[in-house]
Design a protein around this ligand. Sequence first.
Ligand code: FRU
Length: 487
Amino acid sequence: MNELRTILKAEAHRLERENAPRMGADPWRMKFHLMPPTGWMNDPNGLCQFHGTYHVFFQYTPYDARGGLKVWGHYSSRDLIRWEYHGVCLTPDSPYDVSGVYSGSALTDGDAMVLYYTGNVKYDGDYDYVESGREGNTIMVTSPDGFQMGDKICVLRPQDYPHDYTCHIRDPKVWKENGQYYMVLGGRKKGDKGAILLYSSADGREWKLEREFSSQEDFGYMWECPDFFCLDGQWIAAFSPQGVGRQETAFQNIYHSGYVMIQSPLAWDSKGESGRMRVLPVERFREWDMGFDFYAPQTFLDEAGRRILVGWIGLPDGDKEYQNPTVERGWQHALTLPREVTRRGKMLCQYPVGELKALRGEEISLEQGQAIVNSGCFDLVVRGKPGKSCRIAIHGGLVFSWRDGMAALELSPELGRGRAVRRAQVESLWEVRILADASVAEIYVNGGETVFTTRYYPDHTAASVSVFWPGSQTNLWTMDGFSIIRR
Ligand code: FRU
């Protein structure tokens, strides 16, 4: 029996139980987005479907709504609508992960689910924690059923990583192809250059470095949460760079997440590139989401062959203008809806999985473009005529607009708590879908070619909806919440 594990789990359980009435009474808590029962949440981890059941693990600090010691929390579902919460499943309780169970992924391999994650270790002392003072160990845990966790096996230690990296290497994403295992890890090279390491293995335990991926020009100092996958024959390299400079209509948040289309990472020959380094075409990097709150997404392939993405509705190291008012209520952040990723030419689209339509309730008709949704939770679909400008307002102060090739999401000071505007170039507009859930809106533009995700903080539950888009067709449904069973 591991004493530390017992204590950390018991304390989380106590806080979850004790805080449940407070959370239940908070009108800003979401109804159809996954959140932890209390405290802080960040990245989705270990996303997979195993023997029919979807698993969503996540970065979780039940002990403090401002973040801190990371454990993994765990939800599962058969249909992405009815969820079960299984509590804390991995805690920092070994010498390899004592400062936090950081992000990672799940591989479903025959009769086992194998989780890979980063064990964070921070030494006490006078360190910069970049060049020295920390470890990012790669740890493997096998589960027979997705619930019971086997022993932790450390498969890569700091001395196994290349020497021209800082201590920041983490977030293993593992997949299996043609009987071989592959893993990508995000990293910060010495000299502050973001990069991705690609390893291969015959058995999932012994790993060999195959290639590295970075950029020619400056593209941030650290690349977190890499995710390589193939969609319709096209390879995608997705990652979350930190340190890319802000532009008028791109990279508007503190950190970013997006992807580039690449050739097969394994077959990629080294024409013009030296050794194992390959250059990603970062000039074609496309952000997944243009809203105020989105970071560190992960994708997985479900049993129906869909590529599904879930992101974190939040960002680390918050920006100074923004005060998240839920912190003093004892919680912070959520996960996005599961989004199906499809390819449309040179871009990827994200659209809420079809299952979510089962949550649609009553259809509300708009009168002269106006309606009130008492619950504040709805699914709004507006299809219109390209060329005409569009303005959709929720609660009066959350405004999506499009005009002359530019889409914008604006928040009033009351709703935005310091955040004002995010923009994206959208050549022409034909559809806007907004899923609003108490204090989260996900705005899908043109079938998900561009997405804006944001938190907002209304002072009452009922939401006014107003649509101005000449010649458009609107459907508005109330949305029910997920049903969640807590074990
Ligand atoms: C991304 C991230 C990951 C890390 C985790 C720690 O948000 O910083 O790189 O593994 O969060 O919680």
